[in-house]
Design a protein around this ligand. Structure first.
Ligand code: ZN
Length: 213
């Protein structure tokens, strides 16, 4: 289970913004659907579910496909552009919906992500921030690690002056079972660079995300 980030040879797109750099991000996870289907059938039968019952015959296959989809982020190009205009204010994508899977119970947790950065020499398309969240959310996770992985990846790939990531999520392993804390929201954050060190930048970031703290 690993993420490949390959620097493609650039089509050297000459735009008014200068030269675009493209990083093609794909996932190389091996998925054995037949094996997953067999496993799902054993899992359900072991829980006393009668798979010969009408409507349940194809359930193991559907389960395998659904989980394979959960674990397969869509490939994307992370195209970055020179920050020719010298834009120096916070760039923020707020309320990005995401879903991930808690690695302890394999139950979904869902919520919204707020991802921002202070541009350095390069900027990137806002939609890519959502794709980075999807990339790391599409695997068994804990929310804290997911938050950090998104922040670290943007720090390493974009080299901005600062990065901030906040996730707000509801964990079904906590709301539908166990303590059944319906409506409980877990908030996590990860900051790098100026957003970590400079109180004013950090305040601005949190004000723009709309998070109360
Ligand atoms: Zn859990």
């Amino acid at each position: 289970m690993s993420t490949i980030a390959s620097q493609s040879s650039l089509p050297a797109t000459q735009t008014s913004a200068g030269t675009a750099a493209r990083l093609h991000v794909v996932h190389d996870r091996d998925i054995d659907l037949a094996g997953a289907e067999r496993g799902a059938a054993v899992f359900l039968s072991s829980l006393g579910v009668d798979l010969s019952q009408e409507g349940l015959g194809d359930t193991p296959a559907r389960m395998a496909k659904a989980w394979a989809e959960f674990f397969s982020p869509r490939p994307f190009d992370m195209t970055t552009f020179p920050n020719d205009e010298g834009y120096g204010d916070l760039v923020l994508a707020r309320d990005i919906p995401f879903r991930s899977i808690c690695e302890h119970h394999l139950l979904p947790f869902t919520g919204t992500a707020h991802v921002g950065y202070l541009p350095g020499e390069r900027i990137l398309g806002l939609s890519k921030l959502a794709r980075v969240v999807e990339l790391f959310a599409s695997r068994p996770q804990v929310q804290e690690r997911l938050t950090q992985q998104v922040a670290n990846w943007l720090r390493d790939q974009l080299a901005p002056l600062g990065v901030g990531v906040v996730l707000e999520a509801e964990h079904t392993c906590m709301t539908l079972r166990g303590v059944r804390a319906t409506g409980a929201v877990t908030v996590t954050s990860a900051m790098h660079g100026l957003l970590r060190e400079d109180a004013r930048s950090r305040e601005e970031f949190f004000a723009l995300t709309g998070i109360r703290r």
